[in-house]
Design a binder for this molecule. Sequence first.
Ligand SMILES: [Zn+2]
Length: 165
Amino acid sequence: MAKNNRIRVTKEFTLDMAHALDHYDGKCRHIHGHTFQLSITVIGHPEAGTDNPKSGMVMDFSILKNIIQKEIITTFDHSLVIHKDSPYKIIASEISHERIIPVPYSPTCENILLDFVNRVSPLLPEYIKLHSMKLRETPTSYAEWYANDQLQTAAVPGVMDQYSN
Ligand SMILES: [Zn+2]
């Protein structure tokens, strides 16, 4: 395999989510929502050969789509994400609703993205590596996770093992 034929492929998704940042000193402490845009980029070599149905592909886009759809979109689209100890948890306890998601972190764009990375990375096929994920909260603000940025801290065990190959 030639050294210089690694390719990144990206799939993009849209999901509507509400959140509340309990201790934030601004309007975002109230429940409010965004149309988030999630991008996932994987890196690998296009499949060699001509008789393989995945020939020429780094990763079948539909496989990537199915992973994100099943693991992220199905759970989080049209949901309210709150800290498990948020004052708003009364909503979750009094109204039984599958779309209220208590989480053990402050549900900022950054922390939700980290949660997504941790959910998705163990599900990716071994033949590709997670390169990056990006969560856009507004037209002018987004958070990004890059595997390369984690080299010092190895924040996501397993991902970096793959990446260092
Ligand atoms: Zn917000």
